[in-house]
Design a protein around this ligand. Structure first.
Ligand SMILES: Nc1nc2c(ncn2[C@@H]2O[C@H](COP(=O)(O)OP(=O)(O)OP(=O)(O)O)[C@@H](O)[C@H]2O)c(=O)[nH]1
Ligand SMILES: [Mg+2]
Length: 201
């Protein structure tokens, strides 16, 4: 078990009112406000956790989903290690907008390899009886758009909230491991080409 804590930046994106701030506040302070105000710009909170033996400080960035705050939120996308695309299961429009949020993130975070970037999709407010988005519909979108993990959450009831943030960490660690493997592969390639006498220096 490594004793060194890893700082990971995760960012919550999605339409205004889907529950991004509520998810962050439930996870970090274990509180829920049924009269929450819209976020203006961005806010962040930290929480330490341990996932599969790795100590992590999760820096959770909560953004304003309303369109009028676009210029206030997009400068904070850079450097994010994971993006949580959030919609509300009782609001079909917020689900239809997931693709828009994904594109906005890739553009402003300047993601070089979008196909391998860790996105996690959250369907929030599962405590609500009247749903507009089915689990199957959401899972199908995730499969088609990059095989993203999909979790149904409720900030109100504290359903799957910790699981969702832990999944974000797992996705980042998995990508990190893949990169380490690739770098190892390249090292082996270089050594084998040096042996054949084709070195340019
Ligand atoms: N029933 C239910 N209500 C929720 C849940 N999560 C959030 N809400 C309510 O939905 C409303 C909007 O929640 P916020 O967390 O402010 O939404 P947001 O995504 O941060 O919105 P912006 O800051 O405008 O982008 C608030 O009244 C919350 O109390 C949930 O899981 N279940
Ligand atoms: Mg908010």
């Amino acid at each position: 078990m490594s004793g060194k804590s890893l700082l990971l930046k995760v960012i919550l994106l999605g339409d205004g009112g889907v529950g991004k701030s509520s998810l962050m506040n439930r996870y970090v302070t274990n509180k829920f406000d049924s009269q929450a105000f819209h976020t203006i710009g961005v806010e962040f909170l930290n929480r330490d956790l341990e996932v599969d033996g790795r100590f992590v400080t999760l820096q959770i960035w909560d953004t304003a989903g309303q369109e009028r705050f676009k210029s206030l939120r997009t400068p904070f996308y850079r450097g994010a290690d994971c993006c949580l695309l959030t919609f509300s299961v009782d609001d079909h429009q917020s689900f239809e907008n997931l693709g828009h949020w994904q594109k906005e993130f890739v553009c402003y975070a300047n993601v070089k390899d979008p196909d391998h970037f860790p996105f996690v999709v959250l369907g929030n407010k599962v405590d609500k009886v009247e749903r507009q988005v089915t689990t199957e519909e959401a899972q199908a979108w995730c499969l088609e758009n990059g095989n993203y993990p999909y979790l149904e959450t409720s900030a109100k009831d504290d359903t799957n909230v910790a699981v969702a943030f832990e999944e974000a960490v797992r996705q980042v660690l998995a990508v990190e491991e893949q990169l380490e493997h690739c770098m190892l592969g390249h090292t082996i390639d270089l050594r084998s080409s040096a042996k054949s006498g084709s070195s340019c220096c």
